[in-house]
Design a protein around this ligand. Structure first.
Ligand SMILES: C[S@@+](CC[C@H](N)C(=O)[O-])C[C@H]1O[C@@H](n2cnc3c(N)ncnc32)[C@H](O)[C@@H]1O
Length: 251
């Protein structure tokens, strides 16, 4: 199974086996909230594939890996972990950078920060600094994997409109309900829009979301499975522990 090249809050690295096992037959695989794309990178390629996220910098990274991998590789060859470089990348005006420079900057901030959040330089007394921020082999595997995939950067409802068909399968991993987000509004209004769109789908969907009374009510007409997940991505002990997560699907 391929690994994602980045970490992202809410990444499905632990749950992906459970999800991949129950993906139904389909021709077109659509991932609406790509993030680090753990499920996409873990599953077998489908005939047609679409990855989408509203985050412009994140999608730019995957686009540049797809189209300009050799140049990214060249730029990363001598890049190493350092607090001063991290701060410089963080504070740069991105409008002045090329798309390739922006991709390298994003990759640097994500891979060199605590929990991949890009805010604070990641260091510690029990871990070594990563000497090289990226390995050639990883980049070339990712590039190969992305070769036949449409890379989109729109809000989820537009992607549903564009790609829905009887043979489409949508994997949906939106920001959790009532938890810290990704800098994009995703409250009850957006969750209800997603529910309405999914309810009218011609294709199939699988949604992963935190266990919440309201969520159970919204999706009461669909199949709901409960899973217990261990979260460790937090500095605060109290924020670690077991949480229930729901897998909801219409097939
Ligand atoms: C829970 S994460 C996805 C994690 C991913 N499955 C993984 O394995 O890393 C949710 C993602 O939804 C994206 N997002 C937020 N609002 C969105 C919207 N309206 N349309 C599409 N993507 C959105 C965020 O940028 C974030 O990357």
């Amino acid at each position: 199974m391929l690994k994602s090249p980045i970490t992202r809050l809410g990444g499905k690295s632990r749950l992906r086996k459970n999800i991949i096992e129950i993906i139904p037959e389909h021709t077109c695989y659509v991932e609406l909230f790509f993030g680090a794309g753990w499920v996409y990178f873990g599953k077998e390629p489908s005939k047609v594939e679409v990855i989408n996220d509203i985050d412009k910098e994140l999608i730019n990274l995957f686009k540049m890996m797809k189209y300009h991998a050799p140049e990214i590789e060249r730029m990363l060859e001598y890049e190493f972990s350092g607090r001063d470089i991290f701060e410089e990348y963080k504070n740069v005006t991105i409008e002045n950078l090329t798309e390739i420079n922006r991709a390298v900057r994003f990759l640097y901030l994500i891979t060199q920060s605590f929990a991949g959040r890009g805010n604070n330089y990641g260091y510690g007394s029990t871990r070594q600094p990563s000497q090289q921020i990226f390995h050639k082999e990883v980049l070339s595997a990712i590039k190969e994997r992305l070769r036949n995939t449409y890379v989109e950067n729109l809000s989820f409802e537009k992607i549903i409109d564009k790609y829905d068909s009887e043979n489409s399968f949508f994997f949906c991993d939106p920001p959790y309900f009532e938890t810290a987000g990704y800098g994009f509004e995703f409250g009850e209004k957006e969750h209800l829009l997603l529910r309405d769109k999914l309810s009218k789908l011609n294709g199939k969907f699988l949604l992963t979301i935190n266990d919440h009374e309201k969520v159970r009510e919204w999706y009461k007409d669909f199949n709901i499975r409960e899973l217990e997940v261990n979260y460790t991505v937090s500095k605060e002990q109290k924020a670690r522990g077991k949480y229930k997560e729901l897998i909801i699907y219409n097939y």
